[in-house]
Design a protein around this ligand. Structure first.
Ligand code: PEP
Ligand code: MN
Length: 362
């Protein structure tokens, strides 16, 4: 997959500090009073770098609150002027982009329901050409990493280099206990493929409820995410959208107090000990591979022997007994049962592949 994107190397457009970037503000701008009461309280906390607000809301069904529109940009501008904080909003059409830029919004973001549609992303990229805007792209609703990367490529082709990803989880019917499944492996792979790209986690839309916000945020920080976007409202219970997942600015500050921010790299002593431990792991992995390759040789012998004697590859009773024995043995060693199961299935599948090949003279 393409790794040659031209992504701005400095992330100062997000924040000047080396601490995680914290973005907060209401799910939706609702009134001037709500914006000021929420935003002014947020601004008292120096950890908060950027104010957010939903101006046009992508609602699942029509005829409900769909955002206040351009008026909300005026309130956000007022807050920006008072607090000096940067601002960001979701844009889904070229008209949204024009209005947001006219009202001095610093960063635009593309929502999950837009990222999913390459036509829409291309229309936004065309509208942004020549603007040097900063753009954050939320993951698409479905867990499709290529589609997410494609959106960055479209922006990059339009000359946009101040780019960041926002991980907001993925739609699934079996989503408990989340609103959107985190599927952490997808943003991790995004970071691996695009190492310069800052990636922010949006625990609000992953969690869907206040109780999960802390653990999801901590996990994101432990996975070296570059920041958090967390929705807040001076009185979440009366919020017109996403009431269950918003925090008051005070509750947000308390949650941030509880988060442990770990360093990605340690002192020289720490790194030396880590290197020794990693060498030990490297040796163990090599040992594991030697054993697995000897196991495969033994499997080949068994395959040939079965073939000579006209015996089937699969013998269910043997599989059942083997699984039972290995699970008992592994559990005695303190290993996790799900892990043992997955490992055994993989090893057994390889045995079947080797023996089937022998039967078919491959
Ligand atoms: C939002 O941030 O309020 C929003 C609508 O997010 P998403 O696109 O992640 O659903
Ligand atoms: Mn929301």
């Amino acid at each position: 997959m393409g790794t040659d994107l031209n992504i701005s190397k400095t992330h100062q457009w997000l924040s000047n500090s080396d601490q995680p970037t914290i973005i907060s503000g209401p799910c939706s701008a609702e009134s001037r009073e709500q914006m000021l009461r929420t935003g002014l309280d947020l601004a008292k906390d120096k950890r908060i770098n950027i104010l957010r607000a939903g101006i046009w809301k992508p609602r699942t069904r029509p005829d409900i609150f769909e955002g206040v529109g351009e008026q909300g940009l005026e309130w956000l501008k007022e807050l920006k002027d008072i607090t000096g904080l940067k601002t960001c909003v979701e844009v889904a059409t070229p008209e949204h982009i024009d209005m947001a830029l006219n009202w001095g919004v610093d960063i635009l973001w593309i929502g999950a329901r837009t990222t999913v549609n390459p036509f829409s992303v291309q229309i936004l990229a065309d509208a942004l050409k020549g603007t040097d805007s900063a753009v954050m792209i939320k993951n698409p609703l479905n867990p499709d990493l290529k589609l997410w990367i494609g959106a960055f490529e479209r922006m990059n082709n339009a000359g946009i280099t101040k780019l960041a990803g926002i991980h907001r989880g993925f739609h699934a019917y079996d989503n408990k206990p989340y609103r959107n499944l985190p599927m952490w492996e997808i943003p991790i792979e995004l970071k691996r493929i695009l190492p310069n790209l800052p990636v922010i986690c949006d625990p609000s839309h992953i969690s869907g409820k206040r109780e999960l916000l802390h653990s999801v945020s901590q996990k994101a920080l432990d996975l070296s995410f570059d920041g958090l976007m967390i929705e807040s409202h001076y009185n979440p219970d009366i919020a017109l959208t996403d009431a269950k997942q918003q925090l008051t600015p005070k509750a947000l500050a308390e949650m941030l107090d509880k988060l442990v921010i770990r360093d990605e790299f340690g002192t020289e002593d720490f790194e030396q000990i880590l290197t020794v431990l990693r060498h030990e792991i490297d040796d163990m992995d090599h040992e594991l591979f030697n054993i697995l390759s000897r196991r495969n040789e033994k499997t080949q012998l068994i395959g040939k022997y079965k073939k000579e004697n006209n015996i089937t590859v699969l013998q269910l009773e043997r599989l059942r007994l083997m699984m039972k024995d290995r699970i008992n043995y592994g559990e005695e060693l303190g290993m996790d049962k799900t892990f043992i199961n997955k490992l055994l299935m993989l090893v057994h599948k390889e045995s079947i592949r080797i023996q089937t090949n022998i039967m078919q003279d491959k």
